[in-house]
Design a protein around this ligand. Structure first.
Ligand code: ATP
Ligand code: MG
Length: 446
């Protein structure tokens, strides 16, 4: 695309023939009537190529309106009536700077245009209205450029948020895979043991079945019967010696427990992402916290004991997967703030008088100085080493809570710990339009 050339002062220049200072007022008045000067508010008075001033249509009119004005003053030289301090703009001046200067110095009502000079020499006249129109055009162009920049900024922000979501999804999946792997390991070894048990007991079963066939067979000799009896007795003895019978029941109990743990994780993962449910829901935040704690267990369990003090909560209308993400971000930060092993306390309660639910997540980690605390919701602010934190966790959380018309506050003391206090209204209808997710749901309800 060809670049659009910026308009310059020279483009505004009108080649108006200047008048000499000695020209008579009556002759100047006639000039104003000529077609060439029709649009001009004033004419330049120039001597030896240098502008001396301007005489305006308005000034002439005032002279002629006086009693016998034309007769008395018409023959006098124009220099006696001109404005000798006119607006002057250099031909090479920047249009925006010139326009700002003219706007600042022009006298209202506007009765004069401005002289355009080049190194002090008269080059032509410029109309104030053209300059202001040009500025308007520039401002509109700049507005469009700003709108384009804003759109592309929004697109790249959305892209960043998406990549952040993918990164945290990756971390979460890795954590969950790790959690599933432990019970899966012992379920597998239990099943292998059970297979050995089955193969051992099946030998005893075959020996017993052979003995029974032999006993039922009228033609079987005593030797044959005692042979089968011996084998069955040996096989049965070996099974009971191996302790299989005592072990098999707890083995299956363990296996079932492992399978329950796996299915628990899968249910929580499903609740967490709420992939199988409407995006906006009436959610019990205690369950959301449990989901986030289960999903983050891999990280949290090595860093802190978690104490949950849940109140009786009314359901909260929210995008569950977003709120779960907020809880996970704050819990992850809490665990990361603890150096060795500490405590994370999660408290919930209903604020009946305001129809809100309050969630407090407190840790006894490193805490933050005021300078850090003031910036934690800024996008990309992180105190973690390069590669460890993107600094987007809390800024995303803040946006989510804001879109839900809630609040998020933090109290922190260096060396003592940090507490995040979240409040969410139970109902969202009034602000549905603010949140694309909530708006979508409101639209589908309508
Ligand atoms: N519980 C906390 N205790 C101490 N500092 C905290 C706590 N929570 C957040 N912070 C501070 O706030 C900063 C920003 O947190 P945020 O979650 O936005 O980004 P991050 O944890 O650094 O990176 P990311 O979450 O993207 O991995 C952190 O780097 C940390 O300095
Ligand atoms: Mg974080």
């Amino acid at each position: 695309m060809a670049a659009v050339r910026k308009t310059r002062i020279s483009d505004l220049t009108m080649r108006v023939h200047p008048i000499p200072p000695g020209m008579r007022v009556a002759d100047v008045a006639d000039l104003f009537l000529a077609d060439a000067c029709r649009d001009l508010l004033c004419l330049p008075v120039v001597q030896d190529g240098r502008p001396l001033g301007v005489i305006s249509r308005y000034a002439i009119m005032r002279i002629f309106l006086r009693q016998y004005g034309r007769e008395i003053f018409g023959q006098r030289p124009i220099e006696r009536f001109m404005n000798s301090a006119p607006l002057m703009v250099d031909i090479d001046a920047d249009v925006e700077a010139a326009s700002a200067w003219v706007r600042q110095h022009m006298v209202l009502p506007v009765t004069e245009d401005f002289i355009i000079v080049e190194q002090g020499h008269y080059r032509g006249m410029g109309m104030v209205t053209s300059l202001l129109e040009l500025m308007e055009h520039h401002v509109a162009l700049r507005g469009r450029a700003l709108a384009r920049a804003n759109a592309s900024l929004k697109a790249s922000q959305a892209h960043l948020v998406q990549s952040e979501k993918m990164a945290s999804l990756g971390q979460m999946v890795a954590g969950v895979a790790h959690e599933i792997n432990t019970p899966l390991g012992y379920v597998r070894s239990n099943v292998e043991l059970a297979r050995d048990f089955v193969s051992q007991t099946s030998s005893a079963l075959v020996a017993s079945r052979n003995l029974i066939h032999c006993l039922l067979d009228e033609r079987a000799s005593d030797e044959e019967i005692s042979g089968h009896l011996m084998t069955a007795a040996e096989e049965t003895e070996s099974v009971s010696q191996s302790g299989i019978l005592e072990e098999v029941s707890p083995l299956f109990d363990d296996t079932l427990h492992g399978l329950e743990q796996i299915s628990d994780l899968v249910v929580n993962l499903r609740n967490f992402s709420r992939l199988d449910r409407a995006r906006v829901d009436h959610v019990n935040l205690n369950e959301s916290l449990d989901s986030a704690l289960t999903i983050g267990r891999n990280l949290i369990k090595h860093k802190a004991e978690v104490i949950c003090d849940y109140g009786d909560l009314p359901s909260v209308e929210c995008a569950a997967s977003q709120i779960n993400q907020v809880f996970l971000n704050i819990l992850t930060n809490a665990a990361q703030a603890i150096a060795d092993y500490g405590r994370i306390t999660v408290r919930t309660r209903a604020l009946a008088d305001t129809d809100q639910v309050e969630v407090r997540i407190r840790d006894n980690g490193c805490g933050m100085p005021e300078a850090v605390r003031a910036r934690i919701f800024d996008p990309f602010f992180t105190t973690k080493p390069v590669g460890q934190g993107t600094g987007l966790g809390l800024s995303i959380s803040y946006q989510i809570i804001e879109q839900h018309r809630g609040s998020i506050d933090v109290v922190s003391t260096p060396g003592e710990g940090t507490e995040f206090v979240l409040c969410l209204p139970c109902r969202q209808t009034a602000s549905a339009a603010q949140n694309p997710v909530l708006a979508e749901a409101a639209g589908s309800e309508a």
